[in-house]
Design a protein around this ligand. Structure first.
Ligand code: SF4
Length: 75
């Protein structure tokens, strides 16, 4: 009988938050969510029942790279 270790998506680098938990739904109030277990919760909160739903997370945009000139690469 083989046992497989459960691996976290994205190597577990996503910080837990109610904003993208599988148990939450959006509420009309800004930055608050309806939780099936805890009621109204803020987006940054999390609890032991957190379950990551990758389809609900909106990745942050990458910062713009600074503009370099050819003089920046000269010794
Ligand atoms: S309180 Fe817990 S179960 Fe509810 S949405 Fe947040 S992490 Fe998920």
């Amino acid at each position: 009988m083989a046992f497989f270790k459960k691996r976290a998506l994205f190597g577990g680098r996503i910080p837990p938050a109610c904003e993208y938990c599988a148990h939450s739904r959006p509420s009309p109030e800004p930055d608050t969510f309806y939780c099936e277990r805890r009621g109204v919760v803020p987006g940054h909160y999390h609890c032991r029942a957190y379950c990551y739903d990758p389809l609900r997370r909106v990745p942050k945009r990458q910062p713009r790279l600074p503009a370099f000139t050819p003089e920046d690469f000269k010794l």
